[in-house]
Write a protein that binds this ligand. Structure first.
Ligand SMILES: *Cc1c(COP(=O)(O)O)cnc(C)c1O
Length: 468
């Protein structure tokens, strides 16, 4: 979470209070305004407290117009009801809530099947708070397996992890927190993600694994996982190095199985030892759930698994957190049950149709050049055409905000720092109708943007990356 500093001097004022909340409030009034940055001395009536918090939150954005995030912003009311029913259930308390634990187990089994684990009964997995935690766990398993294989040299040797420079920030965190050297394959020309050959060349005896991303947060493209495995097979033949692959399927893990069944990226590839996904992205569940799966028990060293009996029972767990809400796991199971393969296929296809339809229309405007079309993840990135000098993508992002649309603009990492793009993430709930309105707003802005003397966005207003 954001690392917050204490309040500035000028912030230390009481909340402003509507006089209705005081004498005029029949529920029991409030005569003194509560402070904002320390605990009030005494309690407030619930209705007053509710109203104060509610009013403050009114200024948050409208999540349905947010084309920046991958995270689910709409679920059916029935899912909301189930989540409400489970809000007191602690996921770690598997003895008290054995049915919630059973639903988690079924979700893992369904994902193992969906991702073509050769022996689904041998696959192991767990729910997490999201892909970030899942990636930490997968990275820890890779590191521990490497350390065991190299027990004679470790701790002397420094482990490294090979991946594209386009990885999500969670992999920078993993490397930083667990003291693993990140070895990044840069972008090159029109290649905006990892190159299999370049990745294999970065591997040595201290490489704990290679991360392949399905798909990239920068532009929505799928990394070539099968080619990556083939390059590592060739490396093994040449050198004997046997480097495992983890697939970060935060988004694509819940898109490709339904829309690209012939794309081989998952446990069908023997080199893929683990996969993660975000249940709260294209898994279609509200924030707070991810999944990590290993193809078999050998891929997850036993000594990383904890059995605690404080709460009764001794179910094995692998997690960074202890207590966690059960509601999101229940909502994931509900969504699996509710949609089935055909339902997911229909939802994701509609989203992809919106993405490819909208990207084609953006291209027709003439001012923009598409990097991706939304035909892999339903996500596309575009930049201004070479002859557009009057404005840049940051101006477009800023002006679209005036119409309520949140669309990030950011610069690319090495070796394409020269490239700035806008990214549109289509999700279930961003309908073809909303896409039409978006296009109308963009179209209406263009004449004004073209009349600018030069790009107007100050450097300090430019976003430096929007990686979620
Ligand atoms: C979103 C994302 C993550 C982080 O996932 P959270 O569920 O937000 O923690 C990791 N990797 C990729 C490729 C992502 O898109």
């Amino acid at each position: 979470m954001a690392l917050h500093k204490g309040p500035e001097k000028q912030e230390q004022r009481p909340m402003s209070v509507n006089p209705f909340f005081g004498e005029a409030n029949p529920v029991g009034g409030m005569t003194e305004a509560p402070p904002t940055h320390r605990l009030p001395d005494s309690p407030l009536p619930p209705q007053t407290a509710y109203q104060l918090v509610h009013d403050e939150l009114m200024l948050d954005g409208n999540s349905r117009l947010n084309l920046a995030t991958f995270v689910t912003t709409w679920m059916e009311p029935q899912a909301g009801v189930l989540m409400g029913e489970c809000r007191d259930k602690n996921m770690i308390d598997k003895d008290e809530y054995p049915r919630t634990a059973e639903l988690e187990r079924r979700c893992v089994a369904m994902l193992a099947d969906l991702w073509n684990a050769p022996d689904p009964s041998a696959a192991v997995g767990c729910s997490t708070t999201g892909s970030s935690e899942a990636c930490m766990l997968a990275g820890m398993a890779l590191k521990r397996r490497w350390a065991k294989r190299n027990a004679d040299r470790y701790p002397g040797a420094r482990p490294n992890l090979v991946m594209g420079v386009n990885v999500q920030v969670c992999w920078d965190k993993f490397c930083n927190f667990w003291e693993v050297e990140p070895r990044l394959v840069p972008m090159e020309g029109d290649r905006y993600h990892l190159d299999p050959q370049a990745a294999a060349e970065l591997c040595d005896e201290n490489t704990i694994g290679v991360v392949g991303i399905l798909g990239s947060t920068f532009d929505g493209s799928y990394e070539p996982i099968a080619d990556l495995c083939a390059a590592l097979d060739a490396l093994q033949e040449r050198t004997g190095l046997d480097v495992p692959v983890h697939v970060d399927g935060a988004s694509g893990g819940m898109v490709a199985p339904f829309l690209d069944p012939d794309l081989v990226w998952d446990f069908r590839l023997p080199r893929v030892t683990s996969i993660n996904t975000s249940g709260h992205k294209y898994g279609l569940v509200y924030p707070g759930v991810g999944w990590a799966l290993w193809r078999d028990t050998e891929s997850l060293p036993e000594e990383l698994v904890f059995r605690v009996n404080y709460l009764g029972g001794d179910m094995p767990t692998f997690a960074l957190n202890f207590s966690r809400p059960g509601a999101q796991v229940v909502a994931q199971y509900y969504t699996f049950l509710r949609l089935g393969r055909e339902g997911y296929q229909a939802v994701q296809q509609t989203t992809r149709d919106v993405a490819t339809g909208l990207s084609a229309r953006v291209a027709e405007l003439g001012d923009f050049r598409l990097l991706t079309r939304g035909d892999q993840l339903p996500v596309f990135a575009f930049t201004t055409a070479d002859d557009v000098k009057a404005y840049d993508v940051f101006d477009v992002s800023r002006r679209l905000r005036e119409h309520g649309w949140l669309v990030p603009a950011y610069t690319f990492p090495p070796n394409r720092e020269d490239l700035s793009v806008i990214r549109v993430v289509c999700r279930n709930g961003f309908s073809a109708d909303l896409a039409e309105l978006f296009l109308e707003d963009l179209n209406r802005l263009l004449p004004q943007l073209r009349r600018q003397p030069h790009p107007l966005t100050q450097d300090k207003e430019k976003a430096t990356g929007f990686h979620h």
